[in-house]
Ligand binder design. Structure first.
Ligand code: HXC
Length: 257
């Protein structure tokens, strides 16, 4: 498929989606949203894809929602279109997603990175929710995901002052999975994606679903959910293969069944 604002590449079982609106620091306009959702939804349905990397440019992962596109909108425009709701579909993907963030990840850019399962940042990354400076608040889950990721102290600080966090602060706060040198970012993200994609896809989906449940439910219910999923892993060929490979001292070859 030909996209205007993103590029999609494949490397074995890994797909790489690159936001590509350099003239606007990858600001997330309607086209970027539609193309990113369409591309990732299609990749999610493809069992030969074991992990999806989402990245931007060296200067910007994404500098937020497109302010010029939003500026003239009325309440009725955004309410009736349910503006930004399509991004929720990214959180519904079952395939593991990895954000590779360099440069600005502000507003919607930070929110998009936080939707991903693993967040790898370059040492140049800057995270923030500067919406308040524009007279709005986060609209793609920032007030909720940031608070769950880093706690009230940092989330309130960022959402109320609009200041940015650098990569080191973001790592200390627990927002990012790993920080790497800028020139290592994409290689590291792809390597992580390849590791994940080398696991059994259905088991990786269950692991993702189980961790995700921690954000939606009580501890007792979450543990119960995990236990039932754990039991169901014994219905897969890949559990038989994974354990047999260990016993036989050889690498496992998963069939994703
Ligand atoms: C539209 C944007 C943009 C954005 C940058 N550009 N961010 N266009 N929407 N979010 C455009 C600029 O207008 C400019 O276009 C070009 O990209 C390069 O940006 P510069 O500002 O010249 O670059 P620089 O001086 O390096 O500054 C980088 C920056 C700054 C600090 C990231 O661009 C910035 O503050 N951007 C806005 C960040 C922001 O507020 N994001 C949150 C958006 S609200 P021209 O044509 O002039 O060259 C949001 C809400 C989510 O995400 C949901 C709730 C509503």
């Amino acid at each position: 498929t030909d996209y205007q604002t993103i590029k999609v590449e494949r490397r074995d079982r890994v797909a790489i989606v690159t936001l590509n609106r350099p003239e606007a620091l990858n600001a997330l306009n309607l086209t970027v949203m539609q193309e990113t959702v369409a591309a990732t939804t299609e990749l999610d349905r493809d069992p030969s894809v074991g992990a999806i990397v989402i990245t931007g440019s060296a200067k910007a992962f994404a500098a937020g929602a497109d302010i010029k596109e939003m500026a003239p909108k009325s309440y009725m425009d955004v309410y009736l279109d349910d503006w930004f709701a399509a991004w929720d579909r990214l959180a519904q993907l079952r395939t593991p997603t990895i954000a590779a963030v360099s440069g600005y990840a502000l507003g919607g850019g930070c929110e998009l990175a936080m939707i991903c399962d693993i967040l790898i940042a370059s040492d140049t990354a800057k995270f923030g929710q500067p919406e308040i400076k524009l007279g709005v608040i986060p609209g793609i889950g920032g007030s909720q995901r940031l608070t769950r990721a880093v706690g009230k102290a940092k989330a309130m600080d960022l959402c109320l002052t609009g200041r940015n966090m650098d990569a080191a602060e973001a790592e200390r706060a627990g927002l990012v999975s790993r920080v790497v040198a800028a020139d290592q970012l994409l290689d590291t993200a792809i390597e992580v994606a390849q590791t994940v994609a080398g696991m059994s896809l259905p088991i990786a989906m269950m692991a993702k679903e189980a961790v995700g449940r921690a954000f939606e439910t009580t501890l007792a219910e979450g543990i119960r959910f995990e236990r039932r999923l754990f039991h169901s892993t014994f219905a897969t060929d890949d559990q038989k293969e994974g354990m047999a490979a260990f016993v036989e001292k050889r690498p496992a070859t998963f069939t994703h069944r």
